[in-house]
Design a protein around this ligand. Sequence first.
Ligand SMILES: Nc1nc2c(c(=O)[nH]1)N[C@H]1C(S)=C(S)[C@@H](COP(=O)(O)O)O[C@H]1N2
Ligand SMILES: [Mo]
Length: 514
Amino acid sequence: MTEPAPSLERPVAAPPAGRRSSALAAIAGVASAAAALGAGELVAAVFNASASPILSVGSFVIDLTPAFLKSAVIAAFGTGDKPFLIVVLLVLVLAVGALAGLLQARRRPFGVVLVALLGVVAAGAAVTRTGATAVDAAPSVVAAVIGAAMLVRLIGRSTTTGRRAFLRGAVVTTAVGIAAGVAARALSAGQRGTQRAIAAVRLPTPTATAAPPAAADSFDVPGLTPLVTPNADFYRIDIALSPPAIDPAAWRLEVTGEVENPFTLTYRQLSALPMHESPTTLMCVSNEVGGTLNGTAVWLGTSIRDLLARARPKAGADMVLSSGADGFSASTPLSVLQDEGRDSLLAVGMNGDPLPQLHGFPVRMVVPGLYGYVSATKWLTRLEVTRFDAKAAYWTTRGYSAQAPVKISSRIDRPRNGARAGMVTVAGVAWAQHTGIARVQLQVDDGPWRDCELAGDWSVDVWRQWRYRWQAERGTHTLRVRATDADGLVQTAKVQGEIPNGATGLHTVQVAIT
Ligand SMILES: Nc1nc2c(c(=O)[nH]1)N[C@H]1C(S)=C(S)[C@@H](COP(=O)(O)O)O[C@H]1N2
Ligand SMILES: [Mo]
């Protein structure tokens, strides 16, 4: 008879078994979720990038976002709103994974049920996207199956193997999931194809080129917004979590609705139409007073007015609803698009290059004088002639106005804090697209409004630079700017937020002069 071997365990010092096993279960859940995410992204990357489970759910969330929330997120994160949303979703999925781990350990099979539910939600989001088919559920289904399988396996191991072996398994599972996700980003089939297609585009020769800006149309002042915004610096705002990857050979534009002569154009046909260049400043309705959600480009495109003339709108129609491949739509007054004096374009080129993917490749709309959300449809697929009382566009159903001309505004770009006392150049831009800027005035502290010097007027559709030579004294000063348009309308000081049709107020900055 031998004594039982003395136990090496010291029950008093070890954490209670319950808490320890909970931690292991949560780790198993997080690792399974990571594996599921990686698998889903990889399958999507190979077949269809926009069917990615995380992007589909993200787009679904975006579509549910009301005006006030959109406005708050853009105010907080600017054009970083999309990375922010993705990070929030990833954290959420990992948290739900941890919960699934706990459930699976305590109340089998509810962990697996939770994973399956998540898969159903993602699959639902994927198949309800614009242009999606049932096959787009595949990445979410694969993700859920992998997630459930890993959960069962890891939870099993958490009770049958030693802690080190279990942790090793969990770490490997997580690492494989992350590697798959990274590979998916790099591989994303459609996105690479689009970059190749863009590189292969030969822009049509314009029948009319834009007159380049005269030397007098811009000031050479450091820190002042350039007259033309380089494509790489151009602001980007849209609901597309991953930009649509459109093959120009498969692209079609449908011109339809209340017209005598509906027709469809291919990219080749569109490119063969007369093309001309036109500089226009685009403006986002979410731009705060003094904000930078705006940019100017020389667009190359064909006249929307001519296309509409060919379609022959019926009497009674007063709106064109344009749709993008991402599910976005914009309502533009028919009269604006038919206006003889306004250069409304279906653009294929931007500053001499084919339209970049983020800015709407292969074709987008550009309409001088209207906020982007009611006019500047990217990844354009359809123009439907209709009526404002019959159809509502994407943002109209979420709290914004159906019609929204750009409001006159102005911005102070410089000087920065720390400028030296003495002669200081204050400078910025002012805009009243399609009307033009007639006057810009600056107020220092609570002094009188003083006229600023204006750069030349390249086009009434483009912002205008201004500057003011200021004899600055040491101390902190308040600078305030206001513009007057060519019709004599003075920019209002009344503060109004961007909802429902654009912010107003005067850009006011404090500068410390040293
Ligand atoms: N397809 C599509 N087009 C779109 C949008 C969108 O979400 N989807 N957003 C609009 C908005 S709100 C603005 S301000 C402009 C921005 O154009 P940019 O990203 O090229 O600067 O695009 C417009 N066109
Ligand atoms: Mo916008």
